[in-house]
Design a protein around this ligand. Structure first.
Ligand SMILES: Cc1cc2nc3c(=O)[nH]c(=O)nc-3n(C[C@H](O)[C@H](O)[C@H](O)COP(=O)(O)O)c2cc1C
Ligand SMILES: CCCCCCC(=O)C(=O)O
Length: 363
C-alpha cells in the first residue's frame, strides 16, 4: 500500500484510517455482505457514467451550496448514519457531530451510536441533524427513542428499511466479532449484553440484530410512527421504483436510494444504476437522496446529474474521524465540497441546480 503523509483525496484518508483502526473493527467498517458483489458494484457503477463538459460558461463563482428540507447546507454531501463511531475514535459521534457542523453539513447519527442521542445533538450545536432509526421488536423501547429524538431537536426521523435482518457479514463471522465495553450502543440499554455475546458461527452484531429488529413491520406500520412523532419521515434503503412510489403515497418527506453500502443484499448492481428508475418514479414529489460508493466530488456531480438532490457518505466520514477526530471529519467533507466545485467549473455548471441530466452520458 502507498504511504500517505498528507491526505489529498479520500483514498488517502482510507489508507491512513486503516492503520489506526484495529483489524476486526476495520473489517466491520470496510466489509460488505456475502461475496461483497454489491460493495464492488457500487464503485463500478460510477465508472460507466461520464460527465459532459460545457465550455464558455461563467464559472468564476461556482457554489456547491444547496437546501434540503429547509436546511441550508454548504454542499449536497450528508454524513450517513453509521453505527459505533468509537470503533474509529474515542470521541465517537460527538466528534462526528462537531466535524459535520464545522463543515456546514447535515449529520444523521445511527440509533446504534456510542453516545446518547441528546449528547450528539448538543455536540452539533445549531447544525441540522436527523435521527436514524431501526424499528425495534421492543415497541416501548423504540417509542422511547423516537420521543427522545423529537425532544432533542432532531428535525427528521430516518427509518432504515433495508435491514429487517442484518446481511451475511462473512468478515465479522470469521473474526467472531464482539464489541468491547466502550463500543456498546448508548441509546439501547437492552442491546448491550447481546453485543458482547454471539451465536456459534456468527458475529455479535448479527446475533443481536436478529433479536432486536422487528422483521414483521410493513407499510401500514408507518402510521404508528407518524402518530408518535410530528417529525418528517425519511425512508432509507429504497431500491426499486415500486417502493419509491409507495413511499411517496405514504407521505414521506424524502427517500434515500441505498443498498446500505453493500452490507445487506449482496446484489450485483450498484445503487447508481438504480437511481434513475427511482427518480423517475418519484417524479419530483419529494427529495431523492443517494448513497453507496461516493468517494470524489466527481461522483457527487454524477449522482446529482442522475437526479439525486443530495448524497450520503458512510465510510469516508469514519476514515476522517479515525485520522483526525472532528477536524478529520470536517476535512473529508470540505475535500468533497472543493472537489465538487472544481468539477462544476470544469463541466460548466456553476450551481447544484444546473447539474441536470444533460451533464451525463453512459461511458
Ligand atoms: C460501519 C457501518 C455502519 C453502518 N451503520 C448503519 C446504521 O446504523 N444505520 C443505517 O441506516 N445504515 C448504516 N450503514 C449504512 C450507511 O448509512 C450508508 O448507507 C453506507 O455506508 C453508504 O455507503 P458508503 O459507505 O460507500 O458511503 C452503515 C455503514 C457502515 C459502513
Ligand atoms: C444489532 C446491531 C446492528 C447494528 C447495525 C448497524 C448497521 O446498520 C450496519 O450496517 O452494520
Amino acid at each position: 500500500m502507498r504511504m500517505v503523509d498528507q491526505p489529498l483525496c479520500l483514498d488517502d484518508f482510507e489508507a491512513l484510517a486503516r492503520a489506526k483502526i484495529r483489524q476486526d473493527y476495520w473489517d466491520y467498517i470496510a466489509g460488505g455482505a456475502g461475496a461483497e458483489r454489491a460493495l464492488a458494484a457500487n464503485r463500478a457503477a460510477f465508472a460507466r457514467i461520464a460527465l459532459r463538459p460545457r465550455v464558455l460558461v461563467d464559472v468564476s463563482a461556482c457554489t456547491a451550496a444547496t437546501t434540503l428540507l429547509g436546511h441550508e447546507l454548504a454542499s449536497p454531501v450528508v454524513v450517513a448514519p453509521t453505527a459505533y463511531h468509537r470503533m474509529s475514535h474515542p470521541e465517537g459521534e460527538l466528534a462526528t457531530a462537531r466535524g459535520a457542523a464545522d463543515a456546514g453539513a447535515l449529520y444523521i447519527p445511527s440509533i446504534f451510536s456510542n453516545y446518547p442521542l441528546e449528547d450528539v445533538a448538543a455536540a452539533g450545536g445549531a447544525a441540522p441533524r436527523w435521527q436514524q432509526l431501526y424499528w425495534l421488536h421492543d415497541r416501548e423501547a423504540f417509542g422511547a427513542v423516537v420521543d427522545r429524538a423529537t425532544a432533542a431537536g432532531y428535525s427528521a426521523l430516518v427509518l432504515t428499511v433495508d435491514a429487517p435482518v442484518i446481511g451475511l457479514r462473512l468478515r465479522d463471522a470469521r473474526n467472531a466479532l464482539t464489541l468491547d465495553a466502550d463500543t456498546l450502543p448508548a441509546n439501547l440499554f437492552a442491546a448491550q449484553d447481546l453485543l458482547t455475546t454471539r451465536s456459534e458461527g456468527s458475529s455479535a452484531v448479527a446475533t443481536q440484530s436478529l433479536q432486536a429488529f422487528d422483521a414483521s413491520i410493513t407499510w401500514d406500520d408507518l402510521a404508528w410512527l407518524r402518530d408518535r412523532s410530528p417529525l418528517p419521515l425519511v425512508l432509507k434503503g429504497i431500491a426499486t421504483a415500486e417502493d419509491a412510489r409507495l413511499a411517496v403515497e405514504h407521505g414521506v418527506a424524502a427517500i434515500v436510494v441505498s443498498n446500505h453500502g453493500g452490507r445487506q443484499l449482496d446484489n450485483p448492481i450498484g445503487t447508481l444504476d438504480i437511481l434513475p428508475e427511482v427518480v423517475e418514479a418519484v417524479a419530483g414529489r419529494c427529495p431523492v437522496l443517494f448513497d453507496g460508493g461516493v468517494r470524489t466530488g466527481h461522483d457527487v456531480a454524477v449522482a446529482l446529474a442522475l437526479g439525486a438532490d443530495a448524497v450520503l457518505v458512510g465510510r469516508p466520514a469514519l476514515w476522517g474521524l479515525a485520522v483526525g477526530g472532528a477536524a478529520g471529519v470536517t476535512q473529508v467533507l470540505r475535500l468533497l465540497q472543493t472537489e465538487l466545485e472544481r468539477v462544476m467549473a470544469l463541466i460548466g455548471r456553476p450551481t447544484v441546480e444546473s447539474i441536470d441530466a444533460s451533464a451525463v452520458r453512459r461511458a
